[in-house]
Write a protein that binds this ligand. Sequence first.
Ligand code: HEC
Length: 334
Amino acid sequence: MNTKRAQWTDKYTTPGWKAGALGLLCAGFFIVGGQTAEPIEPKLRDIRWLDQRSDRLTALTSRPAEPVNYDPQTDWNLEYELGRIAFRSPVIFGGFAAREGLTCQICHTNGYANRNFFMESHSSRPGTFDTTSAVFSKTLGDNTFNPIEIPDLVNVANTAPYGHDGREPSLRAFTLEVITQEFSGKQPTGTLIDALLAYMNALQPRDKQTEPITLEEDLKDTSRGLRVLIELAEGKNADGASFVIASLRYQLAGIAERFPFEHQRKTYSVLVSWSRDLQRLNSFAIEGKWEKLAQRAVRLSEEVEEVYRRNSFVSAGSLYEPETLKKWLKPLEQ
Ligand code: HEC
C-alpha cells in the first residue's frame, strides 16, 4: 500500500504550478498519513473534517443535491463551470488550508452548511468553525477560541449583508476576504472571482434534497473540468488553465482514494496516469503551447468518456459502495 501511495504522490506533484500549492497539498495528503502506522491506508481525505460522532457512512456516501437550475448539457456556461470548480478546489487557498485540501465545498457542501464539520481546536460543536484562527490566517488571528456556525449559501445573492454580524454588504468583498485573509490565498484573478460569484449566485432556495455520491457523478465532473480546460486553452488563458489542471488533479486524487484495494489496481493506475497527463499539460500552459494543450485535453477527455461509456471502472467493491465503505470504516469506529 505504501508503494502505491508513494507512486501516486510522485505523479501527483506539479512542479509547474506557480504557487507551488499542489506540491504542498500532496504533502498534506500523503506524507502525514504515511507517518502513521494505522492498518488502513490510504485514508479518505474528507474523513478528517467530519465529527467522529457523526454518521460518517452517510456523510461519505451522500450530500444535499446542488440547488441550481442548471444542466451542463443544455446550459453550458464557462464562467459558471469555472466557479463550480473553484468552489471545490483547495488551490484557491494558501497556507494550511491549501496544504490540507480544504475547500468551500467541504464547509458549504453543495451550498448547504456541513453540519458534520468538525476540526479540533477550531470547532466548539459540529458545524462550527473559528474563522479568526492564526493557523489558517496570517492577518485575522485573534488568539481567541470563538467558532461560529457555518451558514448555508443557498440564495446567498439575496441575503446581504454578510457574516454573522452583517459586517460586509458586498458578496464579492466578503468572498475575497474569505480567500485572501481567512485562508491565506493569493488575490484571485478577476476572471476567477467573477466565476466563483457566478456559481454562488446560482444557488437558489428550494426544498433540500439528498443525492448519493457516486463514481459516475465524479467522472462527469472530470469531463466537465476537461471541457473547461479546453475552452480556457482556446482562449489562451494561462492562469485559468493552470488553476483548472491543479484542481482536476485534486479531484482525481479524490476518486483514486476510493479504490485502495489490490484488485482495483488497474483503475487506480489509470487515474494516476490521467493525473500525470494533466501534469504534462500544465507545462504546455506555461509555455503557451495552446494548440497542443487543447488537442491533448480533448484526447484525455475522450479517454474519460470512454471509461464512462463502457463502465470500465467498477464501483462495486470500491469505497463508493456503501457496503464496502461500511466495512472499511469499522476499525475506525472504535
Ligand atoms: C472551514 C469552513 C469554511 C470554509 C472552508 C469556507 N467557509 Fe464560508 N463560512 C464559514 C463560516 C463559519 C462562515 C460564517 C462567517 C461569519 O459569520 O463571519 C462562513 C460564511 C461565508 C459567507 C457569508 C454567508 C452569509 O450569509 O453571511 C460566504 C459568502 C462564504 N462563507 C463563502 C465561502 C466561500 C466562497 C468559500 C471558499 C472560497 C468558503 N466560504 C469557505 C466557514 C467556511
